[in-house]
Design a protein around this ligand. Structure first.
Ligand code: ADP
Ligand code: F6P
Length: 468
């Protein structure tokens, strides 16, 4: 068994669906923030990634990706239903996102979630060398830090939550709240996107676990757990160099031509998820068309909505509603050869995404709740000429860092309409000032800075002792 000094544990392995016949394997860059963020920092670091092999079937020996080893965890069909589709994505996901969709509590799912978390912990314990750093990711694996601590007290354990951590009154609804909190606090350092999350956890730890402490450290069972905000980011240099590629520049030019050279383009790029606010956005755009404040001959909306969690009922229902609504809007306001909205329910590779970002006059990122939202940062990185407007939800973690965006409350459809018009009408100098400020921020706070900040805080955490 090969062991590593750095072990990342995440729900999915970041590899392509197809391992080539010669065994070659490529980064999957799945449409989701986690794999994309970690891809940038792990590609050249000796490490092992423990994760679910997804659609890769029963292939036992997965090839290394550069210096990264892959340690697959196998899930049966029943486990996928109970752990991934059930407890992770029908209980925790909606609850952690302000319950914008009703969370489902199913006792059977909990047992499966616990068993699968144990399997991930055992796999991590097996591949970690003595004194290693084990970095556990996200809400799927919230019990793993404590389980690893029991199996391997010698290792340093980090946990990072990519999604929001809810306010105490919502977390308190969870039937297994004590186990979930204790599981996560098994880490030496628990990282969040926003400082408010650490505050929520400190309050809950005092209430449910009789722990004491503050927003940056909690003493639990005589052990010190550090907590803090580490806003995740993107590989800015990668997006910038992609954007300069001749293929991308030509592709962007072609897209503009295809969409109508004189038209203003409003673009949204999301996983097809009810947290992303797609329906509210469609309502706002449709009302602007209805009221004649935006005309199909002058503007076009492009909504990319990549399929996600398609076996979960609430996602299927959402897709049906969105597709009906896009059909209705195009039916009512479109003209021959001129749809009001282009709807693309498909994955794109990075270069085509970069071209899309370059095509937009207004990038519309309006989730109802989002841990961070990397699409907003990618858009800014893809526009080195400082053109374009970013309309950004106040409820995305990114809003705290990108105050120069056109910030909006997506629940307020009238406010959303006004903000879209304001962004469409903004002067180029105003947009350039905003984009410069946002780009400066993400350039000095890129994914490498995030990993450095988190891993050095984790390193320091071992030296700390509980305050008596
Ligand atoms: P989440 O993690 O909830 O999906 P983020 O905005 O943080 O949301 O991350 C989404 C990631 O998925 C981004 O890196 C984005 O480029 C990528 N992505 C979004 N839509 C697509 C698509 N259609 N094809 C490929 N990648 C996509
Ligand atoms: O950030 C939230 C998250 O669940 C990530 O862990 C993942 O990268 C992304 O959303 C996509 O979700 P899924 O793995 O369910 O397709």
């Amino acid at each position: 068994m090969r062991r590593s000094s750095l072990v990342v544990v995440a729900n999915r392995l970041p590899l392509d669906d197809n391992v080539a016949p010669d065994g070659a394997c490529e980064w999957r860059r799945s449409p989701g923030g986690l794999a994309g963020a970690l891809h940038a920092i792990l590609e050249q670091t000796p490490a092992t990634w423990v994760g679910w092999a997804g659609d890769l079937g029963q292939a036992r020996d997965l090839p290394d990706i550069g210096t990264l080893r892959l340690r697959p965890v196998w899930l049966s069909e029943e486990e996928q239903r109970g752990y991934y589709e059930g407890f992770a994505n029908s209980t925790l996901w909606p609850l952690y996102h302000d319950a914008v969709e009703q969370p489902v509590f199913d006792r059977g799912w909990w047992e499966t979630y616990r068993a699968v978390n144990r399997r991930f912990a055992e796999a991590a314990a097996e591949v970690a060398e003595p004194g290693a750093t084990v970095w556990v990711q996200d809400y799927h694996l919230q019990l793993v830090p404590q389980l690893i601590r029991e199996l391997r007290p010698d290792v340093r354990i980090g946990f990072f939550l990519h999604v929001p951590f809810p306010p105490p009154e919502l977390f308190m609804q969870l039937p297994r709240r004590v186990e979930l909190l204790r599981g996560m606090l098994g880490a030496d350092l628990v990282g969040f996107q926003r400082p408010q999350a650490a505050h929520n956890v400190a309050q809950l730890a005092a209430k449910l676990l009789d722990a004491h402490g503050a927003d940056d450290a909690i003493t639990l069972d005589g052990r010190l757990v550090r907590t803090g905000a580490f806003p995740v980011s993107i590989d800015v240099a990668e997006m910038r160099s992609l954007s300069a590629r001749p293929y991308v520049v030509n592709q962007a030019r072609q897209l503009r031509h295809d969409l109508g050279a004189h038209k203003r383009v409003l673009l949204s790029v999301d996983r097809l998820d009810y947290t992303k606010g797609i329906e509210h956005r469609l309502t706002a755009y449709s009302e602007l068309l209805r009221d004649g404040r935006v005309k199909v001959r002058d503007a076009v909306m492009v909504q990319v909505a990549v399929p996600s969690r398609e076996r979960v009922e609430s996602y299927r229902g959402l897709r049906d509603r969105i597709e009906r609504e896009v059909g209705r809007i195009n039916g009512e306001y479109g003209r021959v050869g001129e749809p009001a909205i282009h709807y693309l329910n498909q994955p794109f590779d990075r270069a085509d995404l970069a071209a899309l970002y370059q095509t937009a006059d207004v990038m519309v990122v309006t989730p109802l709740r989002d841990g961070m939202n990397l699409v907003a940062k990618e858009f800014v990185a893809a526009r080195p000429d400082d053109s374009g407007a970013l309309v950004l939800s106040e409820f995305a973690g990114a809003a705290a860092e990108m105050e120069d965006a056109f910030l909006v409350n997506p629940h307020d459809v009238d406010g959303l309409k006004e903000t879209l018009l304001q962004a469409l009408a903004a002067a180029p100098e105003d947009l350039a000032t905003r984009m410069k400020a946002m780009r400066a921020h993400i350039t000095s706070n890129d994914i490498h800075a995030w990993a450095r900040a988190y891993l050095s805080a984790l390193e320091d955490s071992k030296a700390l002792r509980p305050v008596s």
